[in-house]
Design a protein around this ligand. Structure first.
Ligand code: PHE
Ligand code: NA
Length: 453
């Protein structure tokens, strides 16, 4: 059954779209990655660089993706078919994005499964009264346990499936309107707790005091790369969400809201985390150790910590859930729009596929630990390397080049200025034509060099 002739799905409200898009953007990248890369790269100095990257690269590319989606009202591949025909080179931009969505969806759901495992442990009080070493060793025990990770991964994907199968309005929009306010509330609680703790000042200093000696060329690359991941760019999510947006929406205003929410939440998460970590005199670890080892230890040592641990891991799980549904939707939209599948069939198939491809990820620290896929990297790290270091920037570069140089006529102009003011278009056009492609090309070059490929 082709879907031709059926009215295309649309967001029911502007707020619904903003919350869904912010749901996609706000993920593990904000709560776990942003805080520690900020700490490692000189605090305030890095925050400034990061804000610059968001403004001159992230925001223009987000507007370009939303614009492509809204203009064509198609999935990420179909959008380019519609614009340039079936044989165009630019279809590659769509394909790379959808494949990135597929790969990230598979390993993101494994990590999301870890957060569910920790919600469960926090609920049954596993961290209370335990010595620090015992708590820290729980993470090793979890990733050494393949079946346990697979069960949580399956549960997580079932939750995503349950939401995406409901469709744009009754699934994604409805659940975003429920989950995002809860997410803000949970983060608000953690933030207040952090600000009231005696580590608050140190937390502020760690995040904001500029230490230019720690800022290197590598920090700039890190900031650029992260601005992509954090805004869900280059992975078909924003093209797809844009395709459900109505034609009268002001794209600059909509993108700005999403970008500001994403940035605000990253900053608040950093302050909330580092304040409590310093309040018990611990050093912030980098990587997964920060949220899965340090944080549970910290909460086991402060009053009210048993409850705060539940709040923290729920926050992570919700953030991961709203991000992952956007990845699933980006792929589902392709099968609905281009292959004429029903939403139900596409969702079940793709969630199942994400599970199967996620299996080697879940086994990356146990059964398959010795399998070196790319260089010395296990399956998990290899999948992340391919997606984050290559596919996202390649898709972003193609999109910026296409929209900046090859999308003919004044179509994009009409789309952009609906409701916007006079300076918006020229500024955006300059950025998307020159600044964004150049910046992304530089990231791509150095990431490739760094990873030895
Ligand atoms: N923007 C998400 C984050 O910051 C990244 C992401 C989005 C990952 C969508 C997967 C799916 O974590
Ligand atoms: Na993000």
């Amino acid at each position: 059954m082709k879907n031709i002739g059926m009215p295309r799905a649309q967001w029911a409200s502007r707020l619904g779209f903003i919350l869904a898009a912010a749901g996609s953007a706000v993920g593990l990248g904000n709560i776990w990655k942003f805080p520690y890369i900020t700490g490692n790269n000189g605090g305030g100095a890095f925050v400034l660089v990061y804000l610059g990257c968001i403004a001159i690269v992230g925001l223009p590319i987000m507007m370009a993706e939303l614009m492509i989606g809204r203009h064509t009202q198609r999935d990420a591949v179909g959008a380019f078919v519609q614009l340039e025909g079936k044989r165009s080179f630019w279809l590659s931009a769509g394909w790379v994005s959808v494949i990135a969505a597929f790969i990230i969806c598979s390993y993101y759901s494994v990590v999301a499964g870890w957060t569910l495992d920790y919600v469960y442990r926090a609920l049954i009080g596993s961290f209370s009264g335990e010595p620090a070493e015992a708590i820290e060793s729980m993470f090793g025990t979890l990733i050494a346990d393949g079946p346990r990770q697979l069960i949580w991964q399956a549960i997580f994907l079932l939750l995503c499936l349950g939401i995406v199968i409901g469709g744009v309005q009754k699934g994604i929009e409805r659940w975003s309107k429920i989950l995002m306010p809860i997410l803000f509330l949970l983060l608000g609680l953690l933030f207040i707790n952090g600000m009231l703790s005696k580590g608050a000042w140190e937390g502020f200093a760690f995040m904001f005091r500029p230490d230019f000696s720690k800022l290197s060329a590598g920090s700039v690359l890190e900031a650029l790369g992260h601005s992509f991941f954090t805004l869900s760019l280059g992975m078909a999510a924003m093209i797809t969400y844009g395709s459900y947006l109505n034609k009268t929406e002001d794209l600059l205003a909509a993108s700005l809201r999403v970008v500001i929410l994403d940035t605000l939440i990253a900053l608040m998460a950093g302050l909330a985390i580092f304040s409590v970590v310093f309040s018990v005199g611990m050093e912030p670890a980098a990587g997964p150790g920060l949220v899965f080892k340090t944080i549970p230890v910290v909460f086991s040592q402060i009053p009210g910590g048993a409850l705060l641990a539940i709040v923290f891991f729920l926050l992570l799980a919700f953030a991961a859930l709203t991000s992952n549904i956007s990845l699933l939707e980006a792929q589902v939209a392709y099968f609905i729009d281009e292959r004429g599948w029903s939403r139900k069939k596409a969702t079940v198939f793709l969630a199942g596929l994400a599970f199967v491809v996620g299996i080697p990820t879940a086994l990356s620290y146990n059964t398959l630990a010795d399998w070196e896929v790319i260089g010395e990297r296990n399956f998990f790290d290899s999948a992340d390397l391919i997606a984050s270091n290559y596919l996202l920037p390649i898709a972003g570069l193609l999109i910026a080049l296409y929209v900046g140089w090859f999308w003919s006529g004044s179509k994009e102009k009409e789309e952009l200025v609906a409701g916007g003011s006079g300076w918006v278009y020229p500024t955006w056009h300059f950025l998307i034509r020159y600044v964004s492609p150049l910046a992304v090309a530089v990231v791509l070059y150095f990431k490739a060099k760094e990873s030895g490929l």
